[in-house]
Unconditional design. Sequence first.
Lengths: 725, 106, 513
Amino acid sequence: MTSETLVWLIPLPPLLAFFLIVVFTNRNKALSHWLALIAAGLSWAISMVIFGRAVRTEGLAEHPIAQAIPWLPTGTTSLNIGIQIDPLSAVTLFFVAITVLMIFIYSTGYHNYGQPAGQHDHKGLPPEGAEVEDAKGKLVKVPSIEPMYSRFFALISLFAFAMFLLVVTDNLLTLYVGWEIMGLCSYLLIGFWYAKESARKAMIKAFLTTRVGDVFMLLGLAALYTLTGTLNYQEILGNPDVLGQLAGALSPVLGLSWAALIGILIFIGTVGKSAQFPLHIWLPDAMEGPTPVSAMIHAATMVSAGVYLAIRFFPLLSVGWEPGAALTTPMMVMGVIGSFTALFAATIAVAQNDVKRVLAFSTISQLGYMIAALGVGAYAAAAFHLVTHAFFKALLFLGSGSIIHGMEHGIFHTHEHVDPQNMLNMGGLRKKMPITFWTFLIGGLALSGFPLITAGFWSKDEILSGAFKGGQMGVFITLALAALLTAFYTARQITLTFLGKPRSKAAEHAHESKWTMTAPLAILSVFAIGAGWAGIPEDFPGLGGLLPNWFEEFVGSMLHFEHAEAVHSLVPLITSLVVALGGLALGWVVYRGLQRPVDPLEKSLGGLHTVLKNKYYIDEFYQAAFIRPANWVANVFTYKILDQTVIDGILHGIARFGVWLGKGLRNVIDLPVVNGAGDNAARGTRGVGMYLRSQQSGRIQQYMVIAISLLVLAGLVIYFTVGMS
Amino acid sequence: MIPLSWYLIAAAALFCIGLFGVLSRKNAVSILMSIELMLNAVNINLVAFWHYHSQIQGVSQVAPQVFVAMVFIIAAAEVAVGLALIISAYKRRETSVVDEMTLLKG
Amino acid sequence: MDFIEKHLLTLILFAPTVAALILLFVPGKYVKAFRWGALAASIIPFALTLVAWARFNPDPNPAAPFQFVEQAAWYAAINASYHLGIDGISLPMVLLTTLLTPLALLASFSIKERVKPYMILFLLLETGMLGVFMSLDLMLFFVFWEVGLVPMYFLIAQWGGSNRNYAALKFVLYTMGGSLGLLLAIQLMGVAVGSFDLVTLTEKWPTIQSLAVPIGIPIETVKTIAFWAFVIAFAIKVPVWPFHTWLPDAHTEAPTAGSMILAGVLLKLGAYGFLRLVLPLFPVEAQRFAWVLAALAVAAIIFGALGALAQNDFKRLVAYSSINHMGFVVLAVAAAAYTWNTTAANTLLDKNLALSGAVLQMFNHGLSAAGMFFLVGVIYERTHTRDLKEMGGLYAILPVYGTVLIFTAMASLGLPGLGGFVSEFLVVRGVWPIFTAAAALSMIGLFFTGAYILKALKLVLHGPLNTRWEGHLTDISARELVVMAPLMVLILLIGVWPAWLLDMINRAVAFLF
């Protein structure tokens, strides 16, 4: 089959699975998850075939695997949509397909397939466990299967479809379609357990915050379409003339060129989707969703889509820039926002106690890294970090899910009422959950950038050297500090969770998870270690040159200029070694041997710790500055004041005036004049009649007098007028 | 010859007296009598004209005589009926004063 | 067959009336006969519309843009004839009407009292709506315009909610008030040009220099007054802010099927009036005042969304969403008006995109609004309340309903992949180069649309199950699913493959004016 046809087929299996599950197999859990798994597996298989073909194609960037069909009739032409596989989408497809498949497999175990249904389980709430009789006849509590099992697989299948769609498409409009459908799935999955108030709030927060980014992106999309007449990547981003035109034309906003304005508008979409400051607030709350959701949507794929978009549009964002030249405005914006977010989120992560929250902020921070990398022009480095981060972050999240399951097992066993997600209640899980421990350790080391044997090291190193070499010291120092904190909180997390002694009874009785959960962990950790070796820079002391820097060559071919080789001054390398190892060591030292579930940093940092724990109170600020006023504008201003008082007031006023006028006219004209005329005529006649009646005395002689006088009078009149002539 | 006008004046005077009586007498019978006077005044008129007319014409006419006879007869009939009415009304109302019979009062 | 072809439009138009007359003679107690009879009667125009669709020439001649034209003498003395015809803009609207009416009648199976007058009124209403879309003569247009009002008034006043008298009266007086100016302007134009025929008027009226009757006012002023008379009438119907306050009351108090038709079709009458009458007949004035229309449209988009966000009554929330969506239509119309005589190829493309988006948005909104109102009706029949605060957690006991509601709500929200996005995208794309600020401001409305849709979903479906409903509610029934299914399929179809509909619209708007 031709590559083009295969690429069209990639997003379809999960979509089909979604429909089938929703319409037909909703009641049957096994059938549902098999449909989803087979679909994910099919998409993965085809993706791997395509990836294989793509890496073997020469000049893929100039001649991508592409095909388009007319879709939207527009005047005399039409907007075409289609598929495009170039180096960037090929590597994205690679990691998306694998992580999606791993997470699908993991989900069957996470949602306790095979376990009995809980007696008190409700749809809309997380399962609480089932009471069963064990071998000795004693009632024990075991994990119960998720009541909305099939729905979960339907939704993640729809999500997988949207993500694949986004990756394989060749134009911004279809990307936007996939983008928004992912937003819908994210909304539905964050609020999967919709009976929880926190989940309900989080799902709306996620949707609306990303929507802020999306509406700006839509404006950028419309502007781009207007100016270039197309939304196809090759026609815009692969065409230097078009890019030059956009860079030359001045927009009416702030003196920016159209390229810069559109770039910034599209970047705002990324800010929303990839949870950069200031639209980062939804991602930590999104942890309300089940852990596979957090892993897939909020670590590996959906938030990566934002970065993918930015990387894809790098030619537009950087038009006019060359390595060594001044950064364009969008690049400066990205650099500032990215590096700020990286540091900002890392500081908050240090003070979080929920195992998933730490990872959430870590994700925000790492995405900031990628954005900052783009901001300083380190294109391949940003893409590289995108790939490696997906692997180790998915690994870490899945690992955290395993940890939580282990803790819940302990809670069922001991009936202790502790939060299974609070790291301060954990400890010593290394012994109870070895596979989880080793895989989590690998992931954590990758995140921290442990030298040489983790993928994270290579990609992070690339970014730091890119910043350094580009002379962007501000970005460099900020990222280095963030890296230090990253290593610190990672070591904190690992130490609190796995090392030392258990700090609660539940942790003592934790239990390793099933193979459906641990196997994906193992597979992902292979990638977390090995993926980095595809991008070893050539002038790395010692190892450089042993393996070709395949990633840089492959993905770097997307850009059209001859980019200078990453001159490896030893400063960035030493910096990354110092911060990684130093941070890890510091984290381990501070937290090892912690006995009581109290964070020692609370006392040493004092007020600062409270601020960090409360995420700098930004949520509260937004609530006061935006949400409450918006609600006021809606409830009070628009509805009560404008609609009901003013507009309806005018209408009711007109109505009252009409009634008043009608009554008035009736009282002035109708009643006296019209009615009056008739009535008065009648009355008058009656009056005359009454008067004349009173004249009837009944006395004949009087009648006769009158008759005779009138007769005489008449006679005289006639005699003198007629008779005389 | 007595001039015609004398007869006519006499008849007119009689008629006016009768008219006056009709209009002003209280008693119903008096009114009837006055009506008789008026009728007879008319008769005098008629006879006077007959007489003078037949003298001028030389032929004696029958029509006026018939006319006068009719007036007599009608007057007689009318008096009979009128008296009967007055007696009937008197029996009802115990009075023959016309001014007191005001059933037609509006 | 030939007869059907030659008189296709008349058959479509009057089939419901004939059916209503037949039903008049059926004794009122045979409720089932009325329900099924009316439903069967409303399928006939739908089938005929499909015939028209199949036989529609996809490549029309610009000189004769209308197809299936029928003309017959009517009021020969004033030159008003019975003139029908459809083009690529009115055929989708006719399809929408003949599709929604059977679905609304199917939804009306739950009406229990006085079914006979209800069904008859509904069929008469259908004729009124179809007449507006098909007529090519101004007098005929006006007749059908008004004919559509009276049955609706009775439907609301007799079978509506608790505040129905106020709502029905407000609806009919407000709309009729607007039509006053319309009638006067029509008279003026008919007398000035000597004919009420739309084709003739479109040629002659814009270039007319003096009126036959010496009024003493310059012709530009007369045209401007006529323009505003037309605009006010249609603006009340669409509705454009600030003439929108009748809509929440009327939609909320109308019975379910009444709301479906009100939101689904009647609002489109106003927008259609803008497209078919205002733009071709008053291009100069429309261009001059396009900025006013654009500003009001943006106000409708924003305030409609904010108003919806403020509601706790489910039906009222959906009603305000209609104001929000129709705002996009008017915005596109304003942008097209502003550029009516442009020759630049780019701007022509923008204008065409905006108009295509407007018509498609009319169609899409008809589908999604009808769907949403129906779903509100479904839940109302079960819970007997429209108060969002009283519901809660219903997803657990009504999973199928919940899924259908989420789908329809997402269609209303304009989720890409579903129809609403295509039309809103076309509108934004078309309006952006013409009224950039308006397009940017409409994004505020788009954002708040998300907010109120999510609010509705949250309060109805999510949340802890309000225990008073446990065990008392039944999930969506087969009949109700049959009502929703065509709407959902069409919405998805337009979202995924819009060409089947957009092609026809695209070609027609190019010759509109």
